[in-house]
Ligand binder design. Structure first.
Ligand SMILES: Nc1ncnc2c1ncn2[C@@H]1O[C@H](COP(=O)(O)OP(=O)(O)OP(=O)(O)O)[C@@H](O)[C@H]1O
Length: 256
């Protein structure tokens, strides 16, 4: 089981520094929520973790090993990624698209084994996709494609899972299914980093939070320590009350 550590990560896009000396850690069994207003750097930080972007400074360590020096195939077996724009799988069925997650464990040209098939079925079941298994991915709704992306990441059987807004496009029931699946996966020992806009989901399902604002981490730690009425006003510009529960929730009253 692996720990992901981001150390002093800075990133430039064009002429702008969009991440500034970002640090966070996630251990096996934990869900870390990356939260922050639009444009605060959440997606950029995740992209650096899975090597879609090269940081201008700092490191991403997977159990102490620099993720940017690992072999691609090793990285794919270690880190599973669910992104906002699922890779184009047009022309593939849901099952075929999820099965692509097994490729890092064999080769492109090797046949899937019955154990691969079982894993693919279990991963689809985890995000309520079995009924859609035979559908063309190109003909799915945004929320359905989002779940395909998560199931494919799970099929990689990674030790660390990075999910960019996994509840985006999902109806309320599916949001809860996905967030519960994330918690269950953490309970199985995965280290999970998830970007979340809905702070009510973040407060209920994330063990820890790192709050980004303007490309910097402005607060981090256990969720209920980090989120308070003042931070919600200062960083998110909303007037809200955090209830420590149970269940933990946030009452949103309006603009700060
Ligand atoms: N290719 C790019 N060139 C220049 N700036 C970029 C580029 N891509 C993103 N940015 C900027 O980097 C900053 C961080 O963007 P990022 O997508 O990481 O934010 P985010 O917190 O994920 O936002 P959102 O909540 O809206 O998804 C933003 O100000 C954005 O405009």
């Amino acid at each position: 089981m692996m720990r992901l550590s981001v150390r002093e990560l800075s990133t430039r896009l064009g002429s702008r520094e969009v991440l500034h000396r970002v640090n966070f850690d996630v251990a096996p069994g934990e869900v870390l929520g990356l939260v922050g207003p639009n444009g605060s750097g959440k997606t950029t930080a995740l992209r650096c973790c899975y090597r879609a972007l090269t940081p201008s400074a700092g490191t991403v360590l997977v159990d102490g090993v620099d993720a940017h020096t690992m072999k691609r195939s090793e990285l794919s077996r270690t880190i599973g990624v669910g992104t906002q724009e699922p890779q184009a799988s047009v022309g593939l069925t849901v099952r075929e698209s999820v099965a692509l997650g097994r490729v890092p464990h064999r080769g492109w040209f090797d046949r899937a084994t019955s154990s691969d098939d079982d894993i693919v079925t279990a991963c689809m079941d985890r995000v309520d996709l079995l009924a859609l298994a035979g559908r063309d991915v190109g003909a799915l709704s945004g929320g359905e494609r989002q779940r395909v992306s998560i199931a494919r990441a799970l099929a990689q059987q990674p030790q660390t899972l990075l999910l960019d807004e996994p509840t985006n496009h999902l109806d309320l029931r599916q949001q809860l299914i996905v967030m519960k699946a994330i918690r269950d996966l953490a309970a199985d020992g995965l280290a999970i980093v998830v970007t979340v806009h809905d702070l009510r989901l973040a407060v209920e399902y994330c063990h820890n939070l790192a709050v980004l604002d303007g490309g910097a981490v402005v607060a981090s730690g256990p969720t209920t320590d980090v989120l308070d009425d003042r931070l919600l006003a200062d960083v998110f510009g909303i007037c809200a009350t955090v209830r420590t529960g149970p269940p933990r929730t946030i009452d949103i009253h309006g603009l700060a």
